[in-house]
Design a protein around this ligand. Structure first.
Ligand code: SF4
Length: 214
């Protein structure tokens, strides 16, 4: 019974969030599981496209990259292992003019705002302008009540986990929480709040009823 209640509560939250995202001029859809979400995204990819990835663990979990690669689409993924620094930079610049940019969001507020932090700025800038279309895919663990809570999620969950994953020598990699550090390796440099779909960027939010990413 508790499980049914939890599902009902989740359904109400996601229905309301989809409604609010649409009010904020985003396209928005909900899928109960990542397999269906993956299929929906893959159906939008064709061989003639340049498909860019924002270095998201959520997108990695959906393994969309392998599909794009398998059909011959040009894959622009700066987190591909073994890239030289200049090649990595080149890919990040090309992401800005891709046909489809796929990323997650660090947090999505229940009012339908996207809240993010970025170290280089390539991810947040590509989310706002440049690509012909942006897809943001996020699990229900990314939903928060407010912008304030979104920043708390970034400070206490997303950024420390990401810094640890990237093996950065930042205080949060060790302590697990943010101390608003002065480290040269600090990854939290460019913050963005997208309150409405950027005017020139078709943006689709795909919400998935599972825990995905960080
Ligand atoms: S500001 Fe520094 S300590 Fe805080 S999450 Fe970012 S990298 Fe970690």
């Amino acid at each position: 019974m508790a499980y049914e209640h939890a599902n009902l509560a989740q359904t109400n939250i996601t229905d309301k969030l989809i409604e609010n995202l649409r009010k904020n001029l985003f396209d928005a859809v909900y899928f109960g599981n990542k397999a269906d979400a993956r299929q929906y995204i893959c159906d939008q990819i064709s061989p003639d496209m340049k498909v860019a990835f924002g270095g998201s663990m959520t997108v990695r979990m959906l393994d969309i990259r392998s599909y794009a690669h398998s059909i011959g689409a040009q894959v622009l993924d700066h987190s591909t292992p073994g890239l030289s620094e200049s090649h990595r930079l080149d890919i990040m610049r090309k992401q800005l003019t891709s046909d489809l940019f796929i990323s997650s969001s660090n947090a999505i507020t229940s009012s339908g705002f996207l809240v993010n932090v970025d170290g280089n700025g390539n991810r947040v800038s590509s989310m706002i302008f440049g690509p012909r279309k942006v897809i943001i895919v996020a699990g229900i663990n990314k939903i928060v009540h407010s912008v304030n809570e979104a920043f708390k999620r970034i400070e206490f969950v997303a950024a420390p986990m990401n810094m640890k994953r990237l093996e950065r020598s930042t205080p949060c990699s060790i302590e697990g929480v943010c101390s608003d550090c002065d480290s040269n390796e600090r990854g939290c440099r460019a913050f963005s709040i997208i309150k409405r779909r950027p005017a020139l960027t078709p943006t689709e939010i795909i919400l998935v009823g599972e825990m995905l990413g960080m």
